[in-house]
Design a protein around this ligand. Structure first.
Ligand code: ZN
Length: 447
């Protein structure tokens, strides 16, 4: 016997039947929520993580509409140019299959990415009710057909539901009507609240917000989980049940309209990357990023998001130590460091530039050469040595570095705001000079 919500999902090679009867036993409800608003060029999200006292907006850009438009153009050309019906049908079938594979690929990547982020945070999905799509925005059938033809909403929703259920996460459907023109704070609904494509300004209470995320805030309120409030000029999520008020931030301080959440590697699948210069094999990393262990994936996205606009090939590599990431980029160390540091981050804890990469056991000559290159005589520097995965090494390295610095005429002083970082990760030693406080923490902090 099938429950009311049972459905059949066709996922690539297989057909899956989702049964509601079993669901109650296996799928628990989670208090954290991933609120998702599907749009033609992006999937905009609000992740509310009550467990860690934070909420973040992020956006996944996609090119599904471009793919569809492109193949529509190809189909039209085939119709025009190929006169023989047999070869025309053959061509149409060939390009039809190619288009389907391409769109399918994007749908899978996006839904998997979202489900993985949700799993990392134990978050249930909050999304628009599918039937509202049909009635939304008083669109005429022609416009609606066009909208549905440029983005496969139904399929997207089937996939994402499946991927959430598969991970033991629930899906909550909410009323999505007028979510883009309703003020998430005071509830005033007016088409004119949307002053431009990118900006929402409430005509009653004056709230001004990135239009992209207004729908997410409204979907969240409608899930009955809590409401949205403005406190000290920030947007906060106030839970209805016992729990603390959670500040909501855009996941990096890039201009919100340019928010692109996908980092280079993931984005590569979404874009034609032929013109980009690939990172050479064996090239050393340029940054060490540390993040809260509870949110490594988001931290990874955060840093990737900051760098990938400058370097679409940015690659972030996990180390054997949770929360410690190595960043590879085509940007030189100083540019990457400048771009990445002094930004507002929610999940990134620290960013360290890597000016030299050495190996253990340390060769004093190479170390001296490195230090001479990156420090100036008659300056003061604070020395920070951290050894991971090796015992008793940090004090030895500390002494060695202090001696060399003395020879070079550099004073080690703990009050200096410039730091010399020596980071040992297993048998590699990364040395860099940077600010002792390179990361500005967003107000997302626990306070
Ligand atoms: Zn308002």
């Amino acid at each position: 016997m099938l429950g009311g919500n049972s459905k059949i999902v066709i996922d690539g090679d297989g057909i899956f039947l989702l049964l509601t009867i079993r669901r109650d036993a296996e799928i628990a409800e989670h208090r954290n929520k991933l609120v998702m608003d599907i749009n033609e060029d992006s999937v905009d999200c609000l992740l509310v993580d009550y467990d860690n006292g934070k909420a973040a907006f992020f956006s996944i850009m996609h090119d599904i509409r471009a793919i569809r438009t492109n193949y529509r153009r190809i189909r039209m050309r085939i119709q025009e140019k190929v006169e023989n019906p047999a070869s025309r049908n053959k061509l149409l079938a060939k390009y039809g299959a190619r288009e389907r594979n391409c769109v399918e690929d994007r749908l899978k990547k996006i839904t998997t990415l979202l489900a993985e982020i949700a799993r990392e945070h134990n978050a249930d999905l909050v999304r628009e009710r599918l039937k509202d799509l049909r009635l939304s925005n008083k669109m005429g059938s022609k416009q609606l057909n066009y909208r549905l033809s440029t983005f496969p909403y139904r399929k997207f929703i089937e996939y994402i539901d499946y991927k959430f259920y598969e991970r033991g996460l629930s899906v909550i459907e909410v009323d999505a009507r007028k979510t883009s023109i309703t003020c998430p704070v005071c509830g005033y609904t007016d088409r004119r609240n949307r002053i431009s494509r990118d900006t929402f300004r409430c005509r009653r209470c004056g709230l001004e917000f990135n239009a992209q995320y207004v729908a997410c805030l409204n979907l969240f309120s409608r899930s009955n989980d809590g409401y949205i409030a403005i406190r000290s000029e920030g947007v906060y999520v106030v839970p209805r049940k016992a729990g603390s008020v959670v500040p909501a931030n855009v996941a990096s301080n890039e201009p919100p309209t340019q928010m692109k959440w996908l980092r280079g590697e993931a984005r590569a699948g979404f874009q034609n990357t032929h013109s980009y210069q690939k990172i050479k094999h064996g090239q050393p990393p340029v940054l060490i990023v540390t993040c809260r262990t509870s949110s490594v994936v988001l931290c990874e996205h955060e840093i990737g998001n900051v760098l990938f606009i400058r370097d679409p090939n940015v690659r972030i590599e996990k180390t054997a130590f949770t929360g410690v990431l190595l960043v590879y980029s085509n940007l030189d160390v100083n540019t990457a460091y400048r771009v990445a540091s002094f930004r507002e981050y929610g999940f990134v804890e620290s960013i360290i530039p890597i000016h030299c990469t050495l190996i253990l056991p340390l060769d004093p000559l190479s170390l001296r050469e490195c230090l001479a290159k990156i420090t100036n005589p008659d300056t003061r520097i604070k020395l920070k040595v951290r050894a991971r995965g090796v015992r008793k090494t940090s004090s030895e390295i500390y002494r060695l570095v202090v001696n060399i610095l003395r020879e070079l005429g550099v004073t080690v002083e703990s009050s200096s705001s410039t730091c010399l970082f020596v980071e040992v990760i297993k048998s590699n030693v990364y040395v860099g000079v940077g600010s002792c406080k390179p990361v500005f923490k967003a107000s997302i902090s626990d306070s």
